[in-house]
Design a protein around this ligand. Structure first.
Ligand code: ATP
Ligand code: MG
Length: 443
């Protein structure tokens, strides 16, 4: 196994491990790196644990950055890699459910592994000494593709309730099952003690995973989902198949953070707009209701403004008509409403929505492909999507018509915009003023 593993470790990592060893310290790869190396994947980052103190680590390397030295972490820059070196530590009780009462450095590697969340994350690998330290049978769990808590699950989740969400996050990113006994340790309401930012980051990683649907089903089962997003509660009392559809849409859509979030929230409004009308169920205005619910969730989880706006736009317009009969003018106005930068993602949401509804119907797929070609042709030509793209401004309109500033100027611009989208060749100042001349005569 060693040659196969060592081949995937960058030489900079060996340099750092070697220098610590030569100075008489222990040094191991810990966290995600040994887990990913042993399951045959490429680690995202290289965390190193050592019994050297932070000041001793800093003395060994030319370029270091402080990354939370109080907690024992020093960043080392070497070649084009940045590695994190953390001193072995043990932690006291978590009486506030946020952070341990005390942290102390220790020369004991096993104590450091014991504070980690899941057995697959509690391995230590020393590729120089060819040693694998596995006190919690992490390799056994890796082989069974199982996420299992280190120690007593309920106690570990109480210490840091974010671990409940990480339990599902690793199921989503690794495609592993969650151990039943670990899931029974979940006390979902405790998640409300965790900050929005920490939930945001783990939830986004979960959604970006290869198997988000499984993880979301688990979160729904244990109550963690509604503890984080009470907006989902109405789904369980009206129509649980809405949730099944949302999870399937997430699974089907391209893995960018905005798309995955939009897919997960796009039909949230259905539970509050559902109406039974004879033998039909209708959801009038669910895209607007959903946008409002999603806005609250994204705000609470402290997403940046640009991210929120994009997701909300996709949700708001996800019911757009992808009808082959749509006129060019209507298509240009649609692109104007959602923004040229969002239209491709809106089509991707529609594609996933169709798959999430129970498989692609050939007709819908064909229509969408044709629609996509029309949009691409439109985007390739410079054209008029919003009022800002018009060849005249509000000032031009006021000067030409002798209007004072006010809502009437906006109304005239809307009228011009409508006229220009009928035929983008009209977007020239002299043509628009000619049009206004007639408009003035008519009013
Ligand atoms: P990824 O590859 O997605 O970064 P990772 O396992 O490296 O996965 P991180 O969140 O970067 O995950 O954490 C690094 C390691 O630190 C984990 O593998 C785990 O051992 C430990 N860890 C992180 N967060 C916690 C926590 N809340 N409780 C206990 N241990 C944790
Ligand atoms: Mg990591």
């Amino acid at each position: 196994m060693w040659p196969r593993i060592c081949r995937r470790i960058p030489k900079e990592v060996f340099t750092v491990l070697g220098r610590l060893h030569d100075s008489g310290y222990q040094a191991y790869l810990v966290g995600g790196a040994p887990r990913d190396l042993l399951r045959g994947a490429v680690p995202q980052d290289w965390d190193i644990a050592t019994d050297a103190r932070p000041e001793e680590v800093k003395a060994l390397f030319a370029r270091t950055i402080a990354l939370g030295e109080k907690f024992g972490t020093v960043g080392v820059l070497i070649g084009d890699q940045q590695l994190e070196i953390t001193t072995f530590r043990r932690e006291g009780d978590y009486r506030d459910g946020r952070r341990p009462d005390w942290v102390e450095f220790t020369p004991d590697l096993v104590a450091d592994l014991a504070r980690r969340d899941f057995t697959i994350n509690a391995l230590a690998l020393d590729p120089l000494g060819r040693r694998l330290v596995d006190p919690f049978r992490g390799v056994w769990a890796l082989k069974r593709r199982l996420v299992k808590a280190v120690g007593d699950p309920a106690a570990r989740f109480q210490e840091d309730p974010l671990r409940m969400l990480r339990f599902y996050r690793f199921q989503a990113t690794l495609g592993f099952r969650g151990e039943a006994a670990t899931e029974r340790g979940i006390e979902a309401e405790a998640i409300t003690k965790v900050s929005g930012e920490r939930i945001r980051d783990e939830m986004t990683k979960l959604l970006l995973g290869t198997d988000p649907a499984r993880a979301l089903r688990g979160m729904a089962r244990s109550g963690l989902l509604t503890a984080i997003m009470p907006e989902f509660k109405a789904i369980w009392t009206t129509d649980p198949s809405i949730f099944t559809h949302l999870a399937a849409t997430v699974q089907a859509i391209k893995p960018t953070a905005e798309l995955r979030w939009a897919a997960f929230l796009h039909d949230l409004g259905k539970a509050v707009t559902r109406q039974v009308d004879g033998d039909r169920v209708r959801y009038y205005g669910h895209e607007k209701a959903g946008q409002e619910l999603a806005a609250e969730i994204l705000e609470r989880l402290r997403f940046a403004n640009a991210f929120r706006q994009k997701v909300l736009t996709l949700i708001r317009w996800h019911m757009f008509p992808a009808d082959p009969g749509l006129t060019d003018a209507a298509l240009r106005r649609l692109v104007g409403r959602v923004g040229p930068e969002n239209i491709v993602d809106l089509l991707e949401l529609r594609r996933a929505d169709i798959i999430g509804t129970g498989g692609p119907c050939a007709q819908a797929g064909e229509n969408l492909a044709r629609f996509n070609r029309r949009v691409q042709a439109l985007l390739a030509n410079e054209t008029v999507f919003t009022r800002q793209d018009l060849a005249v401004t509000g000032h031009d309109v006021m000067a030409f018509l002798g209007l004072p500033p006010g809502p009437q100027v906006g109304a005239v611009l809307d009228d011009i915009f409508h006229w220009v989208t009928e035929d983008p060749a009209r977007n020239r100042k002299e043509l628009i003023l000619e049009y206004l001349q007639k408009w003035r005569a008519a009013h």
